[in-house]
Every structure is written in structure tokens, then in C-alpha cells.
Write a new protein. Structure first.
Length: 130
């Protein structure tokens, strides 16, 4: 099996990477930096994988990202755009405005309906209804 190599350290040393690790709050991103640092220190990919609890292909991928584009590419993560909101932006702004500027009483809701009633308007599960 071929040994993993850092082909371009981009000016990083194991000591600098360790300092950078300590600054990173996200555990997964810190794990990436740790894997690269351990490879840079001479550990085998399979040993690094065992130490940071990922598979050896993942360690290889991290080293590849670091070699291609420095720490910036290693720490870059693309996230899915997520689910489309149920409410439009205008509706969200309207609700935000209502929540920040009015009370339930001003909207005609009594305390019982705002506090203890969990049913949606139009539901037959209201207090006092059936």
C-alpha cells in the first residue's frame, strides 16, 4: 500500500497545525486538521484513521484536499440548501413584526388560548369545545 504524503505543506508545520486545531470549535473540522497533521508527522494513513476514528479513505481524502488547496479547502464544507420554507419571506416578516410589536391580547387572543391551548385555529380540540 502506498504511503500518504503531504506534497505541498503550504507553509504549515505540524506545530502550526496543532495550534490551528486548538482554535477550531467544530469537532469534525478539527478532526480533519488533526488527520493532516498526523500524516505530516509521519504516521501511516491506517494508523491516523484509527486515531481520529475515520476510515483510511477519509484520511486520504483529507490529505488530498490539503495538498490541492491548503487549509482553506480542507476546512470548506458544502451543505445542502435545505428544505424550502413553508411560509413566504413576506409572511415570515409579518409574523416577526407581530411577535415583536404586539401582545396576544391586542390580537384578540386571551391568555388561555395563547398559553395552554395547543390546537390550531379552526380545530375542534379547543378548550370548552366538546
Amino acid at each position: 500500500m502506498k504511503r500518504l504524503n503531504i506534497t505541498d505543506n503550504h507553509g504549515w508545520t505540524p506545530r502550526k497545525l496543532r495550534k490551528q486545531e486548538r482554535k477550531i470549535k467544530n469537532a469534525q473540522l478539527r478532526q480533519r486538521v488533526m488527520a493532516v497533521r498526523l500524516v505530516m508527522e509521519g504516521y501511516l494513513g491506517k494508523d491516523v484513521a484509527s486515531m481520529v476514528n475515520v476510515c483510511r479513505q477519509t484520511v486520504s481524502h483529507y490529505v488530498s484536499l490539503f495538498n490541492e488547496g491548503d487549509l482553506e479547502l480542507l476546512l470548506h464544507r458544502d451543505f445542502a440548501p435545505g428544505r424550502e420554507p413553508f411560509l413566504t419571506e413576506e409572511q415570515q416578516e409579518e409574523i416577526k413584526h407581530l411577535v415583536l410589536t404586539t401582545t396576544p391580547a391586542e390580537l384578540g387572543w386571551d391568555i388561555a388560548s395563547a398559553d395552554s391551548q395547543r390546537a390550531l385555529p379552526g380545530s375542534s380540540h379547543r378548550l370548552g369545545a366538546g
